[in-house]
Write a protein that binds this ligand. Structure first.
Ligand SMILES: [Zn+2]
Length: 126
């Protein structure tokens, strides 16, 4: 039996450098990306108001999550001083951080991080 599901998306971006450790057994050369981060929030039913979450509210808290990394070297900032700043690890970390900040009742379905227009990674917990 198919179930109804609404999914809303907000995207923010930030510019940062990173350098993967253990990349082909070495430290990757330092380089930067214009990262794009998409948050997907879903619901099976719509509240009375007719929307899953306010786009502006979602955008604001997603911006707060990525702000510490904007125009910075990701390897210098926790948790990426300890874990590799891969697109996959960013997706999982941003998921965990955004989930803590979402309003009551909002369900975070997925985070997707793009490090280039055609290179992206997603994290979800379902
Ligand atoms: Zn890179």
């Amino acid at each position: 039996m198919p179930r109804d599901r609404f999914e809303v998306t907000v995207e923010v971006s930030f510019a940062a450098s990173h350098q993967l450790r253990g990349y082909k057994a070495d430290l990757e050369p330092l380089h930067g990306h214009n990262f794009r981060v998409e948050a997907f929030v879903d619901a099976e039913t719509l509240p009375e108001a007719g929307y899953v979450i306010d786009f502006l509210e979602l955008e604001t808290i997603l911006q707060e999550v990525v702000a510490p990394y904007d125009h910075r070297h990701m390897n210098d900032i926790a948790p990426f001083d300890a874990i590799n700043p891969t697109t996959e690890n960013m997706a999982r970390f941003f998921y965990q951080e955004l989930e803590k900040k979402l309003p009551e009742g909002a369900s975070l379905a997925r985070i997707r991080v793009w490090e280039a227009p055609t290179y992206g990674a997603s994290f979800s917990r379902r």
